[in-house]
Design a protein around this ligand. Structure first.
Ligand code: BG6
Length: 470
């Protein structure tokens, strides 16, 4: 669609940026925090671990002041369950509660809207030892944890995100590390875990509406539009298969209260449908998210399945690299899009498509909670970081948000990944995302100095001009 006039970004658009607790905080065992699965899983030895990360736990005041200098109107961060309830349930750790209260207040002091993710991959290890998300007791534990957050911060936080990228945890369980011994759960177990997370999420949303009358809550999924590799109708069916199984089967449940019809049929057909107990459907119904949070990095291009093992690519994948599934889809190349150094498709126009499709399906305002480009930034001898590739990436994606707004998509804000450098889930500090450079190497912590990159000054200008001159 070519418009006569583009609409502006809304006046109260949340120009923000994101992080997650375990990827920035460090202080992994301080002030009463217990280990999470992230602390206990195996990660590649050649990259930084999460013990110190970017030391945000100790430096959040300095960091939030820098975010304010950049002009941020929102900061999306996650709360570590293990700081609030070190035993997963039961006794509340006041040091943890105070820490996040101070962070929320530091944001407010600078006019920054805190956007709180309650769970970003870091299940308490003590709960994992009791079966983790396989165990229905974890649902109650999550709801108990959320109740503490709503009680403690309900007056000061408006935007809540339930679970970050549940679809990544189910479809790419190895993305967040490997359990000792390297054995991942079976697909049957994963979809049972998924069902339990869905129940936990629905209960958390209902509880938020009861306990925080001003609160708004939504799921945060990794969404990706799929293109058919050709106009062969069989490719189109395959692209739809995978778009449903990767995206909508996860987003339909919080919004509509049940799985996508094709998604559910697939689970039944493969013998991996979860056990559904009496009352589960009622729990899932009527959770009424207030918005949809979306992490968007790339699109995928899909060809028809050949129905044999050759559908699956013989290489390592991650949350953005589609590997294929026998009888469902085959990954295909797209000559019209770029790729990052790590093989992630760069497709700003696909962002607009994904936004349109998500809005069309759910008619909920959309908050972008991740989008960005990982790169090995270089700190020059004069202390500058010239990350023009990041500026290009973000500008191109913001242009597409503006087009999507003009298309009629209701957008709440944009919180790209990441506010400052974080430990990447796969490549430590070799792959950076931040607007602010954190001066450390994989193993040499140096002074962890904060240095604004070129993208920091670019984003500052974009925000000051309300995105008018990208
Ligand atoms: C998202 C996660 O899937 O991708 C983040 O929510 C993650 O936690 C981000 O860091 C980028 O992935 P990676 O592997 O490059 O760090």
């Amino acid at each position: 669609m070519i418009y006569e006039k583009l609409l502006d970004f809304p006046k109260d658009f949340l120009w923000g940026a994101s992080t997650s607790a375990y990827q920035v905080e460090g202080a992994w065992d301080e002030d009463g925090k217990s280990p999470s699965i992230i602390d206990m899983y195996e990660h590649p030895k050649e990259y930084a671990d999460f013990k110190v990360a970017s030391d945000h736990y100790h430096r959040y005041e300095e960091d939030i002041a820098l975010f304010a200098q950049m002009g941020l109107k929102a900061y999306r961060f996650s709360i570590a369950w293990t700081r609030i309830l070190p035993q997963g349930t039961g006794e509340v750790n006041q040091a943890g509660v105070e820490h996040y209260r101070n962070m929320i207040r530091a944001c407010r002091k600078h006019g920054i809207e805190p956007v709180v993710t309650m769970y970003h991959f870091d299940l308490p290890w003590c709960l994992e030892e009791k079966g983790g998300w396989n165990n229905r007791a974890t649902i109650d534990a999550f709801v108990e944890y959320c109740a503490v957050l709503f009680r403690e911060y309900g007056d000061e936080v408006t935007y809540w995100l339930t679970i970050n990228e549940q679809n990544t945890m189910i479809l790419h369980p190895g993305a967040i590390g490997l359990p000792k011994g390297g054995k991942l759960p079976s697909r049957k177990e994963l979809y049972q875990q998924n069902h339990h997370m869905m129940l936990a999420q629905a209960r958390a949303m209902k509880l938020c509406h009861q306990m925080c009358p001003k609160g708004k809550i939504g799921p945060a999924l990794n969404l990706t539009a799929m293109y058919p590799a050709t106009c062969d109708p069989a490719d189109s069916i395959a692209a739809h298969n995978w778009e449903v199984l990767r995206c909508w089967n996860f987003a339909d449940v919080p919004v509509y209260g049940w799985y996508h019809p094709l998604g559910w049929r697939y689970l039944e057909d493969r013998g991996i449908a979860p056990e559904v107990l009496e009352g589960d459907r009622e729990t899932l119904a009527g959770a009424n998210p207030d918005f949809l949070a979306m992490n968007y990095y790339s699109t995928a291009t899909i060809a028809a399945s050949r129905g044999d093992a050759s559908d699956v690519a013989p290489r390592a994948g991650d949350q953005q690299i589609m590997l294929g599934e026998q009888g469902v889809y085959r990954p295909a190349e797209n000559p019209y899009v770029g790729k990052t150094k790590y093989g992630w498709v760069v497709d700003p126009v696909g962002f607009r498509s994904t936004l349109r499709r998500a809005y069309e399906r759910y008619r909920l305002p959309i908050l972008i909670t991740e989008n960005g480009i990982g790169a090995p930034d270089t700190l020059e001898a004069d202390g500058t970081i010239h990350d023009q590739y990041r500026i290009d990436f973000l500008r191109d994606h913001l242009e597409q948000i503006r087009l999507a707004i003009t298309d009629g998509v209701e957008m709440l804000g944009y919180c790209p990944w990441a506010a400052l450098d974080v430990v990447s889930t796969h490549q430590g500090y070799a792959k950076r995302y931040g607007f602010i450079y954190v001066d450390r190497d994989e193993f040499d912590l140096k002074e962890l100095r904060r240095i604004p990159k070129d993208s920091f000054y670019w984003y500052q200008k974009v925000i000051a001009q309300q995105g008018k001159n990208l």
